[in-house]
Design a protein around this ligand. Structure first.
Ligand code: ZN
Length: 146
């Protein structure tokens, strides 16, 4: 029986923006939040946040849409400073390559954490520790999705 799920929950298989023909790995979803969706809140270290932000760099985002979406939780237009430049978030996704899994998140994930205390899944935080935006594995994933 087909499940009619209203929300994409954290660590669900992510099936949006995904081309099976070109890319054989299924990412796990992180932070595809929608208005009304419940999520865990908590404290995120500055180190994790700084690392997360490096993945929101326009050089490394995928699945871009022309018009940035506002935050579904607070309806704000979200701007972040990345490498000294102002970047509007809400129009792309990020990929984080962990040792076991690849994770997909909207670039608004950074705002969810900083503005709404959204708590990143533990295994995603662990993946962020070893992952590096723009390294060879990461670039391979990004290039496959572009
Ligand atoms: Zn917000």
């Amino acid at each position: 029986m087909a499940k009619n799920k209203r929300y994409i929950e954290d660590l669900d298989q992510y099936e949006g923006c995904y081309d099976k023909e070109r890319f054989g790995m299924n990412p796990l979803a992180v932070a595809f939040l929608q208005r009304g969706q419940r999520f865990e809140t908590g404290v995120t270290t500055g180190k994790t946040l700084a690392k997360l932000l490096t993945f929101c760099d326009p050089r490394w985002v995928v699945c871009e849409i022309p018009q940035p979406r506002r935050c579904p939780l607070c309806n704000e237009r979200v701007v972040a400073e990345i490498g000294g430049a102002e970047v509007v978030l809400g129009s792309a996704e990020i990929r984080v390559v962990g040792e076991e899994e690849i994770y997909a998140a909207p670039d608004l994930v950074y705002h969810y954490v900083t503005a709404h205390n959204y708590l990143l899944p533990q295994e995603f935080v662990a993946a962020l520790k070893t992952a590096k935006a723009g390294n060879i594995e990461h670039r391979a994933v990004i290039n496959a999705l572009r």
